[in-house]
Write a protein that binds this ligand. Structure first.
Ligand code: ADP
Ligand code: MG
Length: 258
């Protein structure tokens, strides 16, 4: 390629918003030459390459901004370890139609059964598909909202949790909240209602949420909005964290204290 053409390509592609094309072009031309590619195929290849690089960058930036604690996928989840959990239920969720329909997902069960793993796996899949994600624990979110409220910045902090297509709220119920804190959660859930999905994990049954939010009426109001459009996945099995230890102690259920 002449230097003049290279320079023009660089400026044209930049102006068109295709920044990766000039760098991959030499390599693509070699591939096209080697396989005697036609003009249409070559154009298709060059544009697909640009799109693939752009998608990959967006995915990695999205993952960084999501604050996910790790990036475990659903493929890494061993369904045979939780025989009562129907893999189809999770695989259906992985099609992400719940994100399109702004449906919530509640993952319930005792510690170690993989609630966070599945929540993260769904979030990673959604991020890959181009949706925006934000991950927080309930306690962190409440702390941030309270701090913002104290300095008069509650609306902008609320927007942080309102904006993403998928908000993951981990560990609902580990620590009980007081009434004011429960109220902040209610405000947020009301704002996201039918506007964006929430994936939550909890070790408490919905019946115990009154204790979690310090008030039965408030808990009912939160549940009313959360559960109107919600897929509930209950995982009732052994902790994966105790996988090998359970055999060592004869599979005793008391091992949950570890
Ligand atoms: P929970 O949120 O229910 O307390 P986690 O999702 O944090 O549980 O799971 C605890 C650990 O065990 C994580 O490292 C997770 O990846 C792993 N894990 C849990 N269940 C499974 C499973 N069925 N297959 C593979 N890894 C699992
Ligand atoms: Mg967890």
């Amino acid at each position: 390629m002449s230097e003049l053409v290279t320079a023009r390509l660089r400026s044209t592609t930049t102006e068109l918003g295709l920044p990766h094309t000039p760098t991959s072009l030499e390599h693509l031309i070699q591939r096209a030459d080697a396989s005697k590619m036609g003009y249409f195929d070559f154009l298709d290849l060059a544009l697909s390459e640009e799109l693939a690089i752009r998608d990959d960058r967006r995915f990695h930036t999205g993952l960084r901004l999501s604050r996910l604690p790790h990036h475990k996928t659903l493929d890494a989840y061993d369904f045979s370890f939780q025989p009562e959990l129907d893999p189809r239920k999770v695989r259906d969720l992985a099609t992400l139609s719940f994100v399109e329909t702004k449906t919530n997902v509640a993952l319930l069960g005792p510690p170690g059964v993989g609630k966070t793993h599945i929540a993260v796996g769904l979030a990673v899949a959604a991020c890959r598909a181009g949706f925006t994600i934000y991950f927080t624990s309930l306690d962190d979110m409440v702390r941030q909202l309270k701090e913002a409220d104290a300095i008069g910045r509650l609306p902008s902090e609320m927007r942080l949790y309102q904006r993403p297509d998928v908000l993951v709220v981990d560990e609902v119920g580990y620590l009980p909240l007081d009434r004011d804190e429960g109220n902040l959660v209610f405000q947020l859930i009301s704002k996201r209602y039918e506007r964006g999905s929430v994936i939550l994990t909890s070790n408490k049954t919905f019946g115990e949420w009154g204790q979690v939010f310090g008030d039965e009426v408030l808990a009912t109001a939160i549940l009313d909005r959360l559960l109107h459009h919600c897929e509930v996945v209950s995982i009732n099995g052994n902790s994966y964290r105790l996988k090998n230890k359970l055999f060592a102690i004869g599979g005793g259920g008391d091992a949950a204290t570890a």
